[in-house]
Every structure is written in structure tokens, then in C-alpha cells.
Design a protein around this ligand. Structure first.
Ligand code: NAD
Length: 388
């Protein structure tokens, strides 16, 4: 081996050793566990609202109006506090050289839950995605994404592992420039066990009879192989629920096969497959602008749309025409998470009327449809109507 490569291999091996040590330490920390927060017992629930980039501030502005309407009494009495959190813009993150600037992270950690607009991640370079950083820093291990198409009998919920897989070391791969590049995928025992537990608990509590464990364990034998094996160990505690194994490639096809797709109920997946397939599922529901997402940990939780910051919409002057439904669905999930079930049901009911039953105001993402504000007005008016 040429000497220049020997040196690079030595550096890479040292780098790899350091990665193994930090990942092992993370696994050991996780094993000690933490108890989930009981929101019904908090004197004040602090909801942070972060605009993010692109269409993010437009969507969060409208979501805030919905929250103000639904939680008016509790905001007035101080049981709920809405806090605007600045600093998660791409300009600030680049200027500070931090995926989530330290003071912004402190402000987020001072809240109980976070409603977040999408954040832009630069292609290439070393700037980590703000989302990946937040999921790691707040230990938001369960990414939960519901998708429903009632007329087709589709009622899916995705439990995507949110802190490991290809993402946890996504900015720490190894490269021998001009020769090769290597990224790492990490599956820990504790990390898999807790997402599996969350999915099976959801299934049990919601009367679901099947959980589909989706991997590529035939190829990724260590990481996906362990993921599948541990999920089955957890499944043994839920004998009333059938745990099925599927490979991600055929599952991607299944979702566009109307003959069988409505048989699926709960999906349990490692990070990358979950990321990809939930966009496909959202498209089946009506587009990425229609789907909300919850990132849940034992201590914190973050709620957002599944789509990104749509920079092209901003460039074309179409930001105000963005669909806020995705973020409104995230608001609904957030309200359920903080035990505001009545308000969540009210918003869900209003959204059903506005997007499925009555559809008097529709958003198309361009000038052929209504603006984000006009749609929010419609939802607010519907909330008032059905609650009076
Ligand atoms: P995108 O989701 O921003 O856009 C994909 C397509 O969907 C575009 O055509 C866009 O116009 C459309 N779209 C998205 N949201 C819409 C809405 N509410 N209403 C109507 N149309 C909508 O995907 P992208 O272009 O791949 O990503 C843009 C940036 O967002 C990237 O920097 C990416 O890293 C980031 N991103 C952030 C998050 C997040 O913060 N959770 C998620 C995904 C992507």
C-alpha cells in the first residue's frame, strides 16, 4: 500500500474507533432510560414555536392563530404558554456554524414541546441538518406519522426510528478523496427496543392487530438483522398483535398496490426507510403538504410538517400559497400529546370538514388555489361553527 494511503487508513481507523466509543456510550446512556412526562400534571405547558426557513414562518404564523383560538382560555389563565423561538433560520445557523445554535437549543429545552417549521439543510459541506441535531439533542426517538385515506380504507401509522440508522453519523463518514467514501449505519439494542415498544404500545392501545416490521435484513444483516430480531423480541410481549416481516423494496410497491395496501395498520421501521416511505405514503394521502409528523422522546417532543422549506415556492413568490394542512395536523398531534384531547378532536373534526366533506376553500400550492391565510380563516371559522 502506498504510504499516503497508509496514513489515511490510520486516520480513518482512529476516527472509526472514536465513533464506536461514542455510540457505545450513547447505547449505555439509553439503557438507563427515562420516564415519560405526564403533561396533565404540569402547572404550565410551554409550547415553543420555531418558524424555520422558506415557507416555515408562513405556516407557523397560521398554526399559531389556530393554537390561540383553541387554547384561548388556558393561555389566558397561564396553563399554556406559547413562546416564539428565534434563531433556527439557515442564515443564523450558517453564521454561527452550528446546526442548532446553542442559545436557540437552550430556549427550546426550556419548553415542553416544540412546533417547528421546516428548516433548510445545505447540500454537501459539513452543516448538519437542524432536524437531525434536534432529534439527537432532545432524544426524540420516535417519529410518528399518520396517513389516512378513508374512502380507500387506508388508516396507517408509521413508527420510524428517529435517532439512529444512517442519520446518527451522517456527517461523520470517512473519505479518501478521489478514491472512496464510506458512511456508517448504527443500530443499538436499546434504541431499537424503545421504538419497537412505542409501536406495539400504540397498536395495543388503539386496537390494532398487525405491526409490519420493515427492513432490508436480507442485505444489511447486522443493523437491519438486529432491528428485526429485537422488534420480534418486543412483539413477544404483545401476543394479541401479529408481527410481520417485510422488506422495504416490496413494501414500497405494496403502498401503491390498491389491492392490498389497506390491510396494513402500524409500520415499524429504521430511520432511512421510514423517511422515504412516509413521503410516499403522504403522497397517496394527497401530497407532502397534507401530512404531519411527531418526534417523540421521553422528555421532549417536536411536531412538524413532513415536507421541507420549499425554497422554490419562495423564489417564485408562492410562499403565501403553501398548504398549512401539514402543520395543522402536527398541531393536532401536539394537542393530543399534551393531553388536550378535546381541542385536538375539534381541530381534527374541522380539518375533516375543510379538506374532505365541504372543501369550500382549497389550497393547491399555487395561484390557482387559496392562500394559506384564507385556508386558516376557513378552518378557524369551522372550529367556531362546530364548537358553538
Ligand atoms: P420540500 O418538501 O421542501 O418540497 C418538495 C415539493 O413539495 C416542492 O415541489 C414543494 O413546492 C412542495 N411543497 C412542500 N411543502 C408544501 C406545502 N406546504 N404546500 C404546497 N406544496 C408544498 O422538499 P425539498 O425541496 O427536497 O427540500 C427543501 C429543503 O427543506 C431542503 O433544504 C431540505 O433539506 C429541507 N427539508 C426539511 C425538512 C424539515 O425541516 N423537517 C424536511 C424535509 C426537507
Amino acid at each position: 500500500m502506498e504510504q499516503q494511503f497508509e496514513q489515511q487508513i490510520d486516520r480513518a481507523t482512529a476516527h472509526f474507533r472514536a465513533l464506536l466509543e461514542t455510540q457505545l456510550a450513547r447505547q449505555i446512556r439509553m439503557e438507563s432510560g427515562e420516564r415519560a412526562k405526564d403533561f396533565s400534571k404540569l402547572a404550565t405547558v410551554r409550547i415553543g414555536i420555531c418558524g424555520g426557513d422558506g415557507i416555515g414562518p408562513i405556516l407557523t404564523r397560521e398554526a399559531r392563530r389556530v393554537l390561540n383560538a383553541l387554547l384561548a382560555d388556558e393561555i389566558a389563565s397561564g396553563r399554556i404558554e406559547l413562546r416564539e423561538i428565534e434563531g433556527l433560520t439557515i442564515e443564523n445557523r450558517l453564521a454561527r456554524g452550528e446546526a442548532v445554535p446553542a442559545d436557540t437549543l437552550d430556549a427550546i429545552k426550556a419548553c415542553d414541546v416544540l412546533l417547528k417549521g421546516p428548516t433548510t439543510t445545505p447540500k454537501g459541506g459539513t452543516m448538519e441538518s437542524a432536524n437531525v441535531a434536534l432529534r439527537r439533542e432532545l432524544d426524540l426517538y420516535a417519529n410518528v406519522r399518520p396517513v389516512s385515506v378513508p374512502e380507500e380504507g387506508i388508516d396507517w401509522i408509521f413508527y420510524r426510528e428517529n435517532t439512529e440508522g444512517e442519520y446518527v453519523l451522517g456527517s461523520q463518514g470517512i473519505e479518501i478523496p478521489g478514491k472512496l467514501a464510506m458512511d456508517f449505519k448504527v443500530t443499538t439494542d436499546a434504541g431499537t427496543r424503545r421504538i419497537a415498544r412505542a409501536a406495539f404500545e400504540y397498536a395495543r392501545q388503539n386496537g390494532k392487530t398487525r405491526v409490519a416490521i420493515v427492513t432490508k435484513a436480507n442485505i444489511m444483516k447486522k443493523t437491519d438483522g438486529n432491528f428485526s430480531g429485537i422488534c420480534h423480541e418486543v412483539a413477544a410481549d404483545y401476543p394479541e398483535i401479529e408481527a410481520e416481516d417485510w422488506y422495504i423494496d416490496i413494501m414500497t410497491a405494496n403502498l401503491v398496490n390498491p389491492a392490498i395496501r389497506n390491510r396494513f395498520q402500524v409500520f415499524l421501521l429504521p430511520n432511512l426507510y421510514g423517511d422515504i416511505i412516509t413521503d410516499e405514503a403522504a403522497q397517496i394521502q394527497g401530497g407532502v403538504g397534507t401530512a404531519g409528523s411527531a418526534n417523540i422522546g421521553d422528555r421532549y417532543a417536536m411536531f412538524e410538517a413532513i415536507h421541507g422549506s420549499a425554497p422554490r415556492m419562495i423564489e417564485e413568490g408562492l410562499g403565501e400559497y403553501a398548504n398549512p394542512s401539514s402543520l395543522f395536523k402536527a398541531v393536532e398531534m401536539m394537542l393530543r400529546h399534551i393531553s388536550r384531547t378535546k381541542q385536538a378532536d375539534l381541530l381534527a373534526h374541522a380539518m375533516r370538514i375543510c379538506t374532505e366533506e365541504e372543501c369550500r376553500v382549497t389550497v393547491t400550492g399555487d395561484r390557482s388555489g387559496a392562500t394559506c391565510t384564507a385556508f386558516a380563516d376557513y378552518v378557524l371559522e369551522t372550529i367556531r361553527k362546530i364548537s358553538s
